[in-house]
Design a protein around this ligand. Structure first.
Ligand SMILES: Cc1cc2nc3c(=O)[nH]c(=O)nc-3n(C[C@H](O)[C@H](O)[C@H](O)COP(=O)(O)OP(=O)(O)OC[C@H]3O[C@@H](n4cnc5c(N)ncnc54)[C@H](O)[C@@H]3O)c2cc1C
Length: 445
């Protein structure tokens, strides 16, 4: 019997998942609401570029795509912090020169679609918006976005990688005992742009993720291959100083002069771009279960939309694909066994990365400029240098390893106790190799 699977959404996760399924003998059809982004210029939607890290690379490697993306990815080895006085300080991300990588969202999505169609034989139906899924019969109803006609299809195995506002999840929400919550954080975001300098020159350090931390809000910038930077302002939606109060170009100029003065000379059109680009909200979504019998499963943002402050949403979705691939390798096509294992393994990790990402917002916008935080980071490095096999810094566990997020979170919480203790030790550098301090660390480890 030929094996068939239907995927909703040809975004980053759906396109990658299709390759995992096709490689394991499935005939895969993807239905995508939007037109083909390789043929028509459509807005990139959320964020022009993304930070890709270890979990994302592993997900791509499982589909044989890692090398191709490495060629165009820009390594960012450090955070470059832009202080209010206009000074810069570089904070390396890793212990051994590790980097997170800036990649173009559209470029990555297009490459994944090409690979799915050309190498894996996947068929993508564009302009097909899924309206409803009948979970028991496997019937799917689509609206053709060009003719507005309704089309019905049938499939034995359905995956919803149709993002934060998933149609498959909407159908699952009608089931008894389906948990669901959607929460908007107080901040919204807006994309801005730093164009390339003469001859495609980068106007700031290329191999860094730039941050302007301003306590309750921040601006960040990631490099693009053409020498430009995509900037994102994360700012209060409403309130005294907020998107709601920046009403005129003059308001924006005053705000930028106050908080981001060093960026202004690099952003010639910032006041126009500010009003041309949308202000977008930031929801996070939790739900459970993620699967229905042996028939359907949610994956990527459809199962767990997180806030973007750890740069892990896509990475987590790619990790979902890798884990699902491993479960298929162990259990063949026994979806009755695979689906429970998949959701039990991934749900605690999705919950953990959400919490880590919410906390990382505080770290990025505020603590990277905080003396105690920086001191604790220094202490973390001292321990990691002395015990490299046993002590991996918290950021590194999330970004440079595939230790489960929930494990990284547990270790991180426990670790704060020892960092707090060592923080109180005066002249720690001098005392670090003393028996007393070494014993304290070893006891902890
Ligand atoms: C500002 C911002 C910055 C981010 N930065 C990072 C980062 O640096 N690193 C990182 O790892 N993650 C980042 N993320 C998160 C990342 O964008 C998402 O986790 C990722 O896009 C999820 O991929 P997905 O394929 O699950 O969903 P999506 O990318 O949302 O794709 C869903 C697809 O389904 C289609 N679709 C939707 N509804 C239907 C329907 N009814 N029928 C058919 N098709 C449908 C959509 O058109 C889309 O193509 C960021 C997010 C934001 C908002």
């Amino acid at each position: 019997m030929s094996k068939q699977a239907t995927i909703l959404g040809a975004g980053l996760v759906g396109s990658l998942l299709s390759v995992y399924l096709a490689k394991r003998g499935y005939k895969v059809d993807i239905y995508e609401r939007r037109p083909d982004m390789r043929k028509e210029k459509i807005s990139a939607g959320r964020s022009i570029n993304l930070a890709l890290s270890d979990r994302g690379w592993r997900g791509l490697a499982g589909a044989g795509l890692e090398e191709e993306i490495r060629k165009v990815a820009i390594p960012m080895n450090a955070r470059m912090v832009h202080n209010t006085e206009g000074t810069l300080s570089s904070q390396p991300y890793g212990m051994k020169g590790e980097a997170i990588y800036s990649v173009s969202r559209g470029g990555l999505n297009k490459t994944l679609m090409d690979l799915a169609e050309q190498q894996a034989g996947v068929k993508i139906y564009f302009n097909h918006r899924c309206e409803e899924v009948n979970l028991d019969s496997g019937e799917l109803i689509f609206e053709d976005q060009t003719t507005k006609q309704l089309i019905t299809k049938k499939s034995e195995l359905i995956f919803g990688s149709d993002g934060a506002f998933s149609a498959l999840r909407r159908s699952m929400q009608k089931l008894d005992r389906f948990d669901y919550s959607q929460t908007y954080i107080e901040h919204s975001y807006k994309e801005l742009h730093i164009p390339p300098g003469e001859g495609g020159k980068f106007l700031m350090e290329k191999n860094a993720l730039h941050i302007w931390p301003r306590k309750n809000f921040m601006l960040i910038a990631l490099p693009n291959a053409d020498g430009s930077f995509t900037c994102t302002l994360f700012f209060h939606t409403e309130g005294e100083e907020s998107f709601a109060t920046l009403k005129t170009e003059n308001d924006v100029e005053v705000f930028f002069k106050k908080y981001f003065e060093d960026a202004i000379p690099m952003m010639p059109d910032y006041k126009k771009v500010f009003f041309a680009n949308p202000t977008s909200s930031l929801p996070y979504i939790k739900c459970y279960p993620w699967t229905y019998k042996d028939k359907a499963a949610l994956i990527g943002d459809a199962a767990h939309a997180v806030v973007p402050f750890f740069g892990q949403g896509m990475n987590c979705g790619f990790e979902d694909c890798r884990i699902l691939g491993e479960l298929m390798d162990e259990n063949g096509d026994d979806w009755k066994t695979i689906f429970p294992l998949y959701q039990q393994s991934r749900k605690p990790n999705a919950d953990a990365i959400l919490e880590l990402a919410l906390n990382n917002f505080i770290e990025m916008r505020d603590l990277v400029a905080d003396k105690k935080f920086l001191r604790k980071k220094q202490i973390e490095k001292m321990i990691a240098n002395a015990f490299p096999e046993k002590f991996i810094p918290a950021y590194s566990m999330v970004s440079f390893t595939h230790i489960p997020y929930s494990e990284a979170q547990r270790i991180g919480k426990h670790r704060d106790e020892i960092l707090e203790k060592l923080f109180l030790v005066e002249n720690l550098e001098e005392k670090f190799s003393s028996d007393e301090i070494q014993k304290m660390i070893k006891d902890y480890l």
